[in-house]
Ligand binder design. Structure first.
Ligand SMILES: Nc1nc(=O)c2c([nH]1)NC[C@@H]1CN(c3ccc(C(=O)N[C@@H](CCC(=O)O)C(=O)O)cc3)CN21
Ligand SMILES: CC(C)C(=O)C(=O)O
Ligand SMILES: [Mg+2]
Length: 261
């Protein structure tokens, strides 16, 4: 049966100890088909596609228009998983109105929820307003890549008790605002465990240890397709090298007259 926002929201309340939620990213129809067919609970059209699919050094250059093109392609490939789309940098920070417009655009093309980065007062108020209008929101705290210029790189967050307390408070505020789950990115496992215990909505970890209610990775990293991976990514295949070898073989066979026969 297709995965719904409500099913994720109630993941921890459904009696028997739930299996972890599985989340993988996608950026086009093929990656969407692959992770949906693999049985992921949630497919995230992550703004990491700016780096993975478009070749930028950060997620900041991605526009709403870029995201709409990619999300529409993923939508055509995903049949069963819940489809969540990241709101690009500057599409939701400028005002609640802009956030509603950007999020609404994503829902119009078939996204079932959106994800916003941060847990400060402004983003919490934006989440509250989106949820009021019937737009489900996934939160995202810890390492928030859209703030890379302030964080001084893609560094682990929440390493001091003060920082940890702040991230915990942000996650609680997002739950209060109506977020249906929250991503915890690149924080200590102990902190992620405390946040997971403190929340009734599920936590989805990336580089946040084993004590989260679910796990997410960038699919290009999982498949060994990306040029580099973060230290926490596990690489399950070596598709980049296999692809280069296959393409090389084609070139050799054409040059030698082996193909076409
Ligand atoms: N391919 C890919 N996978 C990802 O998981 C990912 C992206 N791209 N792009 C958006 C963000 C950026 N992420 C990243 C990127 C790099 C590190 C990393 O290398 N961290 C190191 C060094 C940090 C530094 O000092 O600059 C670390 O040890 O924390 C972590 C998360 C996670 N996200
Ligand atoms: C890694 C996930 C959480 C993400 O935000 C992305 O892919 O953009
Ligand atoms: Mg993202």
């Amino acid at each position: 049966m297709a995965v719904s926002v409500d099913r994720i929201l109630r993941w921890k309340q459904t009696g028997a100890p739930a299996q972890p939620i599985t989340v993988l990213t996608a950026w086009d129809v093929m990656s969407g088909q692959i992770v949906d067919q693999a049985g992921a609970d949630i497919v995230l059209v992550g703004d990491s596609l700016a780096m993975v699919a478009l070749g930028y050094d950060t997620t900041l250059p991605l526009t709403t228009e870029d995201m709409v093109i990619c999300a529409k392609a993923v939508r055509r490939g995903v049949k069963n998983a819940l489809l969540v789309v990241d709101l690009p940098f500057l599409s939701y920070q400028t005002s609640v109105e802009d956030a509603i417009r950007a999020a609404g655009q994503m829902l119009k093309i078939g996204a079932q929820a959106v994800k916003l980065e941060g847990g400060h007062d402004e983003v919490v108020e934006t989440v509250r307003r989106l949820v009021q209008w019937g737009i489900p929101v996934m939160g995202h705290v810890g390492l928030t890549p859209q703030s890379v210029n302030q964080l001084g790189g893609f560094r682990k967050q929440g390493k001091t008790p003060e920082e940890g307390d702040r991230i915990l408070a942000e996650a609680k505020a997002l739950e209060q605002a109506g977020a249906f789950c929250v991503v915890l990115e690149h924080i200590p496992a102990e902190l992620a465990r405390n946040i997971t215990k403190a929340l009734s909505i599920p936590t989805i970890g990336i580089g946040a240890g084993v004590h989260c209610d679910g796990q997410v990775l960038v699919t290009a990293d999982v498949l060994g397709l990306s040029a580099w991976q973060p230290p926490f990514a596990k690489v399950y295949a070596n598709l980049r090298q296999q692809a280069v070898e296959a393409a090389q073989q084609f070139c050799e066979e054409v040059r030698s007259g082996q193909y076409p026969a």
